[in-house]
Structure formats: structure tokens, C-alpha cells
Design a protein around this ligand. Structure first.
Ligand code: PEP
Ligand code: MG
Length: 889
């Protein structure tokens, strides 16, 4: 196996092997763009190291061979005393993990070669500054020295000289600082800073491998659902310097605005600085457009390269570049992260430019992004007290209590508080707090600062670089212009789309995308309209592509109408027990507890007209589209009085010698029906089979409602669904009774109803005997909530709050199986049942109505299994439509 690739050997499709950065450096090299020469150590080498604790044997020799080649190309040797080659050692995994892993610059500098660098560059100050940066970075990331120790020493050096910025330190000061830094290393790491350049390089490579398993990196991967076994590649790249004076600098650029998608010049530039200074947001940058005045030649070249890259990658790219004394170098490019809104706009813009087709456009957006666009925004009419404005770094409207450190953010959010994490700038140590917070506010840093990049990746609201705010994290407060002080715990609101910061709680209004789905807004000319237009077009692409139909879980006309506006093609699950809540609950309680047939019939008679009216309303809302009505399926306890409460009532009445016959009778009945495991007890079809007349009453209500609508020249399309079936015999009995009732109603009303009768598949036994069950069912709807509960043996009501966090932390699963379908377990039963069912009945209609029906990843799975439809809550319908389209393209 080959472990090292020269930049000239790779290409952009080798991300698995070379990581994103390495693959793209190779791609740019081969496009003829100015990339400093270098090579990439593969993720395979990292995996061997992580698995065995040792680097692969062949690696050392391969690195040596590539280093020699690099030295020949550059005409100098690594760390050579009079004319040193310096390299950077950078991590680069398949998926970008901004700031999560390690990087060391200026490798090759030593007490000797620092002199050589000074001569070569004609700049002593620069050489010593580079050397102190190396010791600092190497000390921190490779040798594990506390970073603050270096920072404090740097601050002390500045204070001693009475200057504020590090560029004001001179060569002599930096020389002293180097001595100080080396002492810190010696004391803290128990060893000298290595003077052998090759040793520096080898240790740095190892440190990058190790950083894959750093806490920050692991947490980030869990959040972003990046597999833990990918490993990182390591890029060894010859150094170019942006800190060689005013004709040098470094910057970050986007080929379009990552917030809006508009084409133009977007990015930040920092004169006389190294790359890390920009990303860390340490000094304030200037807008990229100003580079045109500073260095027109480099600016023009950069614009041309950006165009080349966009046409080549057919997508928005982000770029890191450095200018060394007027010579432009490309340090990195990748398909850039973007906001949800920009993703939709860019996808349609690229279609219009003829760069991509509709199917590809669908791959450029996700259901999760669409869901984000459906978040509410701040009410523009609201009276607000704006106290600052920063950079709109990641959209959304967030309201919460101000907290000034990550620990408090986590603690408060665990106890149910909504918090906004306020920092001067964030660094990777703030990750926990950023995850816990509703939004992030910083007073320093630009669009490419750590806070901005990470928040965008998480889809979290972020305003950064709000410079008028004086953030004092030590005293846990910030002072806003005019002197008002926001203390920890005070409510603030931040708008990640405008960058505005407000005191107090600003009310929020619905998103334009939701307004569009609701039919209250149409595509037009302003900014929100542009977004709506893009969403409209992408939804049309998805609808044209998809083979899965999308239905709604809805049990009242209002939800049904909304679902229809959102594009639902019917109702996949009407839970009739929801129709019996509120004041009808008592009727059901009476029915369940009835001792005599007369009592039972009495309550059924009362329920029938109410049910019928419910269905009439539902059928009119969904006229012309299928409406699947599930017969009653409550775990019994949901309709019975609480046993403890009732016992107390009886005991009290007894002690007061008050009459309590009714309570006592109720209590006895509740005792009789009490279950230890109600979810596995008398519910679903079982209830229908032991309470005579219950299901037939419901079937009659459905049939009569359908007949009434039909006679009113409407087009009701009812489907009757039997829940919690485990064996075909249960279904056969219910079916026979139902068929009879339907026939009676047809005869009485003179209609032909053609009601389909089917079942839910939500028990393992049902899935395993699906071939038999299909004999008696015209359709299956997979109840993946119960199926997950019963396949795993996880109580769906309890586990998420009890041990799922521990399971997620231990990596037993990356996401709750109640949220995303467990393909291997529950999913394989779905597949098996679908196949067996269709083998019995080729025209068997197959759907899913568990929560998974609106989950993006699960939708793709249901598409692959060949279901006919997914059914989900009304608000998730657009997401399901989009994902179904993506799955099919
Ligand atoms: C299911 O079990 O997946 C289902 C849709 O039914 P309910 O959630 O009502 O039990
Ligand atoms: Mg169920």
C-alpha cells in the first residue's frame, strides 16, 4: 500500500484517502494553479497508527523519499542552516472539521536555521517571529504545553515594551521571547524543543494523527455524524509567508456570498499575517475588495482563479490564500459551507448558468436545510431596543439568557433555560457551550472566524464581530453602547440574518418559506422572495423526480388542510384516539368500564354521530385524496383514571364516611384492567376484539361519513386501518365484521363505497408473517414507532430520557433509533415484510406512518425499499417531499 502522495499525484475525488484538503490541493496543482509544492500522508496511514499505536513501517521511508523530491524541487533542504526549507504540517480529514484538529507551521526552524531564514528573507524580525510561532504551536499541539503560558509570556513582552500589537515587537524582543518560550517547553514538557527538523516533522505528523481522537474532534464528529473510523490525512506543504511585510498577507475568500448566494467579491484579507491569524479572528480583517487597492496584480489573479475554480467544481468554493511579497499562493480550496438559504439559491443559480442539471441541484440542498428555513424570524414590527450590530454569520432568530462561558451555557441549558453564548471570540474549547446555546454572539472576528464557521455548520444562529459590545467574560457581563450593562442571565435576542443584537425578548414571526407553503406569499423581487422562488423551483424539481408519495399524519380538518397546502397527497394516519380526548374522554372511559351490554351500547350510540362528523370534516378537507383512518389504539391507561389518585379518593371518602360507591366500582374496574406494561397490553386490535361493538361503531361512522360525502357528489377515499396486528387471524375477524357493516351502510345509503381495509405492521410477528397477513390486507402501513419499540425492546416513552444519552455518548448508536430508522434491525424487518407482502398480493400498497416518515435519512431508506408513500406530521411534509426527490435522483 502506498502511504504518501505528492500533490501532483492526487485529485479531488480521492477525499477518502487524501482527506478533503489533500485531495483539493492535488486538484488545484493539476489545474496549474499556484500551490506551494508538498505531499499528503494518507488516512490509511493514520488508521494503521490509530489501530496499532505505531506508524506503518513503510511510512518513514516514503516520507523521506517525498521530502527529498520536495527539497530538490525547492532547491533547499528542510531546516538547512543557511537557506532552510520550511514546511507546514496540517491535518485534513475527509469531512471538514474546522479548527478541531492540529496544524503546525514553520517546521524546520531551529536556533541555526532561524539565522538562515533571516538572511534569506532579509528580515530578522520576521525570522524570529516565525521561530517563536513554531515553538508556541509545536509546544501547544505536539508537546501538550498549556497554550496560555505562551500567550501570557507574549502579553508580558508587549507590556514590558508598552506596545499593544505583536507587530510592534522587534527582532531583539522576539529573540528574548524565543528563549522564554524554549524555557516554558523545557519546564512544562520535560524536554528541550527539538532542534532536529526531521524530528520536528515526524512528531508533528504523529500529533496530527493523535488529534483525530482529541475530545474536541470526537465531540464534533458526534454532532455532525461523521464516522469515528475515517482517520485524518496529513499534508506536508512548503511554507509561504504572508507575514513578510505590507506586500504580503493572507486571506479567505468565497466565490459567492455564503449567506445569500449572490455573486460578487466576498472574503477577508489581513495584511502582513499568517493564515491562522485570519481564521482565529485575532486581528480585524479588511473586506477582500480592498485588496484591489493594496495589490491589484494579485487581486486580478485571485479573481480569475476563483472563476476557474467555480467553473471547475461547479459550486461555491471557499479559498485560503497567501500573498508572499506580491506572489499569490493558493493554500486550500473546498466546496464551501453555506447557509440554508444560500444553498437553495446557489443550486438554482447554477442550473440557470447551465453548470448543473435538476437532479444535481437536488443533491446541493438537504431536508435539514429546508427545515431550517422554516424556522421563524424576528417580528420586524416589534418594538425593539437594538444595542449593537455585528456580522450576520449564521441565520435564524435566537432569544435567550446571556451567558459568558461554555460551562454555564451547558449547565443552564440542561436545566431547561434557553441561553445565548456571548464571547469575545470562540475557540474550539467553546464547542460544548455552542451546542447547548440557542445562538452565539461574539464581539470579534469576521465571517470566517471560528464562531461563524462552526455555527453555520451546526445550523445555529450566530452574530459575530459585534465590536461595539464590550464583552467582559471574567465579570460575566457585557457593556453596550451608552453604558448599559447586560449581566449574566439577562435576556437578549440576536438576529443571525441581519447581525442585529437586541436587549430583551423580541417576538418572532413565521418564515417566508412557511408563508409560501401556506400559500400566503409568492415569488417576487425582494430578498425573501428570491429565496421563496428558489425553494419553489427546487420543490418542483423534487416533485418531478420522486416516486415516493407523501401523506400526512393528521386527525382534524385544520391539520389536514395545512398538510394539503404543504403538498400532502392524502392522510396516511388519522389516530382516532386523538378524537376522543378532551370532553369525549369520559365517554370512552364509560365504554371501557361498561359492565353490561346496555351500558356499552349506550356509550357507543353517543360516540357514533361524533365520530361520523369528525370523518365528514376530514374527508372534505382531503377530498379526492386517500384518508387512512386507524381504528382505536390507545394503550388503555391513557383513557382510565389514574389508579393512585383514585385509590386516594376512595380512602378519603371511606375515612370521612362519605358515600363512594361509584368511585369504588371504578377503582375495582381500574384494578381489573391495570397493566404493568400497557404498551404491550390491551390496545389496538386487541381492544377491538374484546370490546364488542367498538370497531364496528368506528367502521360504521367511516362508512356513513363516506356515503354522505359521496351523495353530496364529493370524492371521499377512506381506507380503514387496523392497528397492532400480530397474526392474520386477528385481522380476519375484524375484517369480516367490518365488511358486513360496510355492506349494510352501502345498502342503506345506496352507495358503492369501495373502502380499502389494511393493517399496520408494527410488531415483529406481523413483519415475520407479512406474507400471511397480506391475504387479509389491501395495504400495509409500517408503524415504525412501535416496531422500533418492540424490535429493540425499548420503551418509546421512557428510554430517551433515561439511558439514551449514555448510549449516544458511548457510540452504541449515532442517533436515536426512534428518530432515524435502524436500517440493520428494524429496517430489515420492513424490507422483509414489504417483499413477503407483495409476493402474496402484488398490488399491495405500502407506506410508513411512524415518526421516521419525516426523517431525511429514513425517507431515503423507504425509497430504496420501494414503499409507495411516507406519512409524517404536516410541518415535515416539505422536507419529506424534498428528500424523496433527492433519493430518486
Ligand atoms: C407507530 O407505531 O409507528 C405508529 C404510527 O403508531 P403510534 O405512534 O400511534 O403508536
Ligand atoms: Mg403504533
Amino acid at each position: 500500500m502506498k502511504f504518501v502522495y505528492d500533490f501532483t499525484e492526487g485529485n479531488k475525488d480521492l477525499k477518502d484517502l487524501l482527506g478533503g484538503k489533500g485531495a483539493n490541493l492535488a486538484e488545484m496543482t493539476n489545474l496549474g494553479l499556484p500551490v506551494p509544492p508538498g505531499f499528503t500522508i494518507t488516512t490509511e496511514a493514520c488508521k494503521v497508527y490509530l489501530d496499532s499505536g505505531e506508524e506503518p513501517v513503510a511510512l518513514r521511508d516514503e516520507v523521506s523519499a517525498h521530502l527529498v523530491a520536495l527539497e530538490e524541487k525547492m532547491g533547499k533542504k528542510l531546516g538547512q542552516a543557511d537557506n532552510p526549507l520550511l514546511v507546514s504540517v496540517r491535518s485534513g480529514a475527509k469531512f471538514s472539521m474546522p479548527g478541531m484538529m492540529d496544524t503546525v507551521l514553520n517546521i524546520g526552524l531551529s536556533d541555526k536555521s532561524v539565522q538562515g531564514l533571516a538572511q534569506q528573507a532579509g528580515d530578522e524580525r520576521f525570522a524570529w517571529d516565525s521561530y517563536r510561532r513554531l515553538i508556541q504551536m509545536f509546544g501547544k499541539t505536539v508537546l501538550g504545553v498549556e497554550g496560555d503560558l505562551f500567550e501570557d509570556a507574549l502579553d508580558a513582552a508587549k507590556a514590558a515594551k508598552k506596545v499593544t500589537v505583536d507587530t510592534e515587537l522587534e527582532a531583539a524582543d522576539l529573540k528574548k521571547l524565543v528563549t522564554k518560550f524554549k524555557k516554558i517547553v523545557k519546564t512544562e514538557a520535560g524536554r528541550d524543543f527539538p532542534q532536529d527538523p526531521r524530528e520536528q516533522m515526524d512528531l508533528a505528523i504523529k500529533a496530527v494523527f493523535d488529534s483525530w481522537n482529541g475530545d474536541r474532534a470526537k465531540l464534533y464528529r458526534r454532532q455532525e455524524r461523521i464516522p469515528h473510523d475515517l482517520g485524518t490525512a496529513v499534508n506536508v506543504c512548503s511554507m509561504v509567508f504572508g507575514n513578510l511585510g505590507p506586500d504580503s498577507g493572507t486571506g479567505v475568500a468565497f466565490t459567492r456570498d455564503p449567506a445569500s448566494g449572490h455573486q460578487g467579491v466576498y472574503g477577508d484579507y489581513l495584511q502582513n499575517a499568517q493564515g491562522e491569524d485570519v481564521v482565529a479572528g485575532i486581528r480585524n480583517t479588511v473586506p477582500l475588495a480592498e485588496l484591489e487597492q493594496i495589490d491589484k496584480k494579485s487581486y486580478d489573479q485571485l479573481m480569475q482563479i476563483m472563476e476557474t475554480l467555480e467553473n471547475h467544481y461547479k459550486d461555491l468554493c471557499d479559498i485560503e490564500f497567501t500573498i508572499e511579497r506580491g506572489q499569490l499562493w493558493m493554500l486550500q480550496t473546498r466546496v464551501g459551507k453555506r447557509t440554508a438559504g444560500a444553498a437553495f439559491r446557489i443550486a438554482t443559480q447554477l442550473v440557470d448558468q447551465g453548470l448543473i442539471d435538476e437532479a444535481e441541484a437536488l443533491q446541493r440542498v438537504t431536508g435539514a436545510q429546508l427545515a431550517q428555513l422554516m424556522f421563524p424570524k424576528f417580528d420586524e414590527e416589534a418594538k425593539v431596543e437594538q444595542v449593537g450590530r455585528g456580522i450576520a454569520a449564521s441565520p435564524g432568530a435566537a432569544v435567550g439568557k446571556a451567558v459568558f462561558d461554555s460551562y454555564t451555557a451547558v449547565k443552564w441549558s440542561r436545566s431547561g433555560e434557553k441561553v445565548i453564548l456571548v464571547r469575545r471570540e470562540t475557540n474550539p474549547d467553546d464547542l460544548d457551550g455552542m451546542i447547548a446555546a440557542e445562538g452565539i454572539l461574539t464581539s470579534r472576528g469576521g465571517k470566517t472566524s471560528h464562531a461563524a464557521v462552526v455555527a453555520r455548520g451546526m445550523g445555529k444562529t450566530c452574530v459575530c464581530g459585534a465590536e461595539e459590545l464590550e464583552v467582559d467574560t471574567k465579570r460575566r457581563r457585557m457593556t453596550v453602547p451608552g453604558g448599559h450593562v447586560v449581566e449574566e442571565g439577562d435576556l437578549i435576542s440576536i438576529d443571525g440574518s441581519s447581525g442585529k443584537v437586541y436587549l430583551g425578548e423580541v417576538p418572532v414571526v413565521p418564515s417566508p418559506v412557511v408563508e409560501y407553503f401556506e400559500g400566503r406569499m409568492h415569488a417576487g423581487a425582494n430578498d425573501a422572495d428570491e429565496l421563496v422562488e428558489a425553494v419553489h423551483r427546487i420543490m418542483a424539481f423534487a416533485d418531478r423526480k420522486r416516486s415516493l408519495r407523501v401523506r400526512a399524519n393528521a386527525d382534524n380538518a385544520e391539520d389536514a388542510l395545512r398538510a394539503r397546502r404543504f403538498g400532502a397527497q392524502g392522510i396516511g394516519l388519522c389516530r382516532t384516539e386523538h378524537m376522543f380526548l378532551g370532553d369525549r374522554r369520559e365517554l370512552v372511559e364509560r365504554l371501557i368500564l361498561a359492565d353490561t351490554e346496555a351500558e356499552r351500547e349506550e356509550s357507543l350510540k353517543e360516540l357514533l354521530p361524533l365520530q361520523k362528523q369528525d370523518f365528514v370534516e376530514l374527508f372534505s378537507a382531503m377530498d379526492g385524496l386517500p384518508v387512512t383512518i386507524r381504528l382505536l389504539d390507545p394503550p388503555l391507561h391513557e383513557f382510565l383514571p389514574d389508579i393512585t389518585e383514585l385509590s386516594v379518593r376512595v380512602a378519603l371518602a371511606e375515612s370521612r364516611q362519605e358515600p363512594h360507591e361509584n368511585e369504588l366500582r371504578l377503582l375495582q374496574a381500574v384494578h381489573r384492567l391495570h397493566e404493568q406494561n400497557p404498551m404491550l397490553g390491551l390496545r389496538g386490535v386487541r381492544l377491538g376484539l374484546v370490546i364488542p361493538g367498538l370497531f364496528t361503531m368506528q367502521v360504521r361512522a367511516i362508512a356513513e361519513a363516506a356515503a354522505e360525502r359521496r351523495n353530496a357528489k364529493a370524492d371521499p377515499r377512506a381506507e380503514i386501518m387496523i392497528p397492532l396486528v400480530g397474526t392474520v387471524q386477528e385481522l380476519e375477524i375484524v375484517r369480516e365484521e367490518a365488511d358486513q357493516v360496510v355492506a349494510e351502510v352501502e345498502a342503506a345509503t345506496g352507495t358503492q363505497l369501495k373502502l380499502a381495509i389494511g393493517t399496520m405492521i408494527e410488531l415483529p410477528r406481523a413483519a415475520l408473517t407479512a406474507g400471511q397477513i397480506a391475504e387479509a390486507a389491501e395495504f400495509f402501513s409500517f408503524g415504525t414507532n412501535d416496531l422500533t419499540q418492540t424490535v429493540w425492546g425499548f420503551s418509546r416513552d421512557d428510554v430517551e430520557a433515561s439511558f439514551f444519552t449514555a448510549y449516544l455518548e458511548k457510540g452504541i448508536f449515532g442517533v436515536s433509533p426512534f428518530e432515524t430508522i435502524d436500517k440493520d434491525g428494524v429496517g430489515s424487518l420492513v424490507k422483509l415484510a414489504a417483499e413477503a407482502g407483495r409476493a402474496t398480493r402484488p398490488d399491495l400498497k405500502l407506506g410508513v406512518c411512524g415518526e421516521h416518515g419525516g426523517d431525511p435519512e429514513s425517507v431515503h431508506f423507504f425509497h430504496e425499499v420501494g414503499l409507495d408513500y411516507v406519512s409524517c406530521s404536516p410541518f415535515r411534509i416539505p422536507v419529506a417531499r424534498l428528500e424523496a426527490g433527492r433519493a430518486a435522483s
